[in-house]
Design a protein around this ligand. Structure first.
Ligand code: ZN
Length: 412
């Protein structure tokens, strides 16, 4: 039984709490303290980004009711960030696994974790501030999530502690932040994009445990609404992956985009974004930051309007005489694209369509109008602009239109 264990500071990283226990124990040997903390699981990795059985091992040695395991996982590890895109049930199941000491890091997370020299990070100004308020510096959870490079509070670049072979070293030994050599001078040279991404990372981490992606996908719809879309004859409306990738590079810088997305956005990646099957929040956040979409809209169960659909429906509701060519011009699309999105939305054509079927020989009636040449030329030009193959077809369609409207002649 551990007789003394530090009370966590606000947003303090679980590993940091262990480091403060180590400091206060007065024992120098790391392995002795690890045995105290973890008992027969002393070999456990204690500085992983995604929490593991170390939490259960420590908490099971503390008097019951002193520490809430759930609070420890949700508020003192990046768990809530890494499980944000899961359904509530899946998240609860993962949480329960950790509380029971059954640690399984979801496999897709392994791939996204930084390798090599990535170590724990700190903000030089938080170090000073924490020392003033709490008497010592400590590791903040929100500074550790790799996508975030900036302290949101102080708007300066995060620094990394200097340890050799950090992954191995930190998992085996205690490096309390207050005992580390830290940079005093903050680097304030950060971009608005970096700050925005870091703010969103923090928001994703801090949202209540009950918040998961809703049925609708407002982020995906906003991508389309902002014009990052192409229309295919068969598949309807899809994300213009290349245009989106270029825009992301312009906003975040090519290196940051490559780190999060790879060399380009693939079709399967775009599909997973659409269905929320992309389970690491990083890519959503990169796109969301560029689009200027607030987090509450991303997780809002109320769908944002589909702007193109609204435009089409508005035109359909207006009624009146119009042709496919006019509609295409008004929306700024090609005619085949308008036809494709009409099918995509399951709408009926609301423009004049040529009546098919009748063969030439069946057309025995003849209608003749006599006009002067100047007017004929105007009619020709007008009918061409509307997309009619000849002025006769246009004239006939005009007559049909008036008659379809049910305009009965006035009888005085
Ligand atoms: Zn700070």
């Amino acid at each position: 039984m551990l007789t003394w264990f530090p009370t966590p500071y606000p947003g303090e990283l679980f590993y940091g709490i262990l480091c403060r226990y180590y400091l206060s124990s007065g024992i120098r040997e790391h392995n002795i303290v690890k045995r105290q903390l973890f008992g027969n699981r002393a070999g456990i990795k204690m500085a992983t980004l995604y929490p593991n059985a170390a939490i259960h091992a420590v908490l099971s040695q503390l008097p019951k009711g002193v520490y809430d395991g759930r609070d420890m996982i949700v508020h003192h590890t990046p768990f809530a960030y890494y499980t944000r895109m899961y359904s509530i049930n899946e998240r609860e199941a993962l949480l329960d696994d950790l509380l029971q000491g059954r640690s399984k890091t979801p496999t897709h997370l392994w791939k996204t974790f930084p390798r090599g020299d990535y170590a724990l990070r700190y903000c030089p100004l938080c170090v000073q501030e924490d020392a003033q308020i709490y008497g010592e510096a400590y590791y903040h959870v929100e500074h550790q999530i790799p996508l975030s490079g900036v302290c949101v509070r102080h708007k300066c670049r995060l620094r990394q502690i200097a340890v050799a072979n950090p992954r191995l070293t930190l998992n085996n030994s205690f490096y309390p932040l207050s005992a580390m050599e830290t940079d005093k001078k903050p680097d304030m040279d950060i971009s608005p994009a970096e700050l925005r991404v870091s703010e969103l990372v923090r928001e994703y981490w801090m949202l209540p445990a009950s918040v998961s992606p809703p049925t609708c996908n407002n982020l995906y719809q906003t991508i389309l609404n902002c014009g990052y879309m192409t229309i295919a004859r068969q598949t309807g409306i899809i994300v213009d992956k290349d245009k989106l990738y270029v825009a992301l590079c312009n906003y975040h810088g090519a290196d940051a985009v490559e780190k999060a997305f790879g060399a380009h956005i693939t079709t399967s990646m775009a599909n997973r974004l659409k269905t929320w099957e992309q389970l690491v929040p990083d890519r959503y956040i990169m796109i969301q930051a560029m689009l200027g979409l607030p987090t509450k809209n991303v997780f809002d169960p109320e769908p944002v309007p589909d702007k193109l659909r609204e435009k089409m429906e508005c035109m359909a509701a207006q009624g009146g005489f119009c042709t496919l060519r006019q509609v295409a011009r008004a929306i700024g699309l090609k005619q085949y694209e308008v036809n494709a999105i009409l099918r995509h939305y399951g709408m009926a054509p609301f423009w004049r369509e040529e009546i098919p079927g009748k063969s030439q020989t069946a057309r025995q009636g003849l209608l003749r109008c006599t006009v002067d040449e100047a007017e004929l030329e105007r009619i020709r030009q007008y009918s061409r602009e509307l997309g009619y193959r000849c002025e006769g077809a246009f004239a006939l369609d005009c007559i049909r239109y008036v008659m379809e409207q049910g305009n009965t002649p006035h009888k005085d």
